[in-house]
Design a protein around this ligand. Sequence first.
Ligand code: SF4
Length: 477
Amino acid sequence: MTQSLHPGPASPAIEFDAALIGKLSQLGPRYTSYPTADRFTESFGYRDYLQAVAAVRRVGGRHPLSLYVHIPFCQSLCYYCACNKIITRDRSKAETYLGYLKREIEMQGQLFAGANQIEQLHFGGGTPTYFSDAQMDELMRHLRRWFSFAPDAIGEYSIEIDPRTVDRERIHKLRRQGFNRLSMGVQDFDPDVQAAVNRIQPESMTLDAIAAAREAGFRSVSIDLIYGLPKQNVISMGTTLSKVIAADPDRISIYNYAHMPHLFKSQGLIDEAAMPSAQAKLDMLALCIRRLTRAGYVYIGMDHFAKPTDDLAIAQGQGRLHRNFQGYSTHADADLVSCGVSAISSVGTTYSQNVKTLSAYYNHLDKNDLPIARGIKLGMDDVLRRSIIQMLMCNFELSMPSLEQAYPITFASYFAAEMEKLRGFEQDGLLEIDDKWITVSPKGRLLIRNICMVFDRHLNERRAEPQAAPLRYSKTI
Ligand code: SF4
């Protein structure tokens, strides 16, 4: 009997095929979760969350956690922003928020007492560095009181910084406070683009922040860029890319700007006449891919590039990459406990999201309730499809026999309709199917969201509804 050998997680190659992208680009989810957050309902509440925690605790064993902390405040408004944030210069708001955040952390800490080993921490926002040094010290002390943190060499402790809010000393302080990874928004180095989106961030400020992070011993420095902003073109993007490559960050994320002013009011402040055409956006994306891969970065997937020596690229090579609300991660299978307004947790087979306004957040905590607004409990079919989407997003391949071993299904019959759609993608050259594997091709990798959408039962059921509401997603590319 011959054994079918497979080379392991697919090698990190990517191919830009403009015709295929033009043919297949459509609105679709980013799959930071499955089911996606728009499927969460208010019938899921605090009690359901407690049951989920109890179920996780019953399973026992070593069970490291991931912790997310959301700090919603920002000093000024970037017009393109689609985050859940509050623009204010009133610092007392941060002090009040910190008090309530500590209460929520304490409640979560009590729930997980004795099973509270943290291996991954992420501070996002908003602008986490809106908190002062002293406030951050207080928060970190509080987190350490209620959770047990793995040593620095093992844990992945990251924070998003806005270079406009920190200096060299602050970055050193963040390292001493326990963070070992740092990501910063840049978007574009071009002053005209920065002016058009109301985010003036001189190049020297960003380069100083990167230098300080290196000096302070951060293990990984990541830069976020956006293509599709007003005043951007292939030439300006080329200049920004040269500067980014010279700055030598460990990871680079390049997001497609999704202009949806009907959903995000501030985007209405953008001059639409100055925005690049769809073709110019595609040209910019092609340029980004060409320049970054030539500079030695590995395409991780879904907008993310990393140096081959970075943990993300290594984890992908070893087939242990994971994807959650913060994007890609190296800590698979960790339950995610999230604190702060609008934050989303993923515990056991549930997702739950906190309330979105400060007043509702404070009201719940005043009543000693966790501030959960909505969520979802996954059934077996959801868990199975979530595994499939994870595998495709992280490894660009899927072993059908391994799923048949883990779940009570026969892949070909359970997913007969999906396989038929995938055959169409196979003809387009997006993937290959043999009797054991579905393998995404280099040109299919950019369209991975389209491939995952085939397995999204909720999306497909919604599309089949006669009065289906329009999808609130961005374009898949
Ligand atoms: S992009 Fe970042 S800094 Fe700008 S408004 Fe949004 S959350 Fe705040």
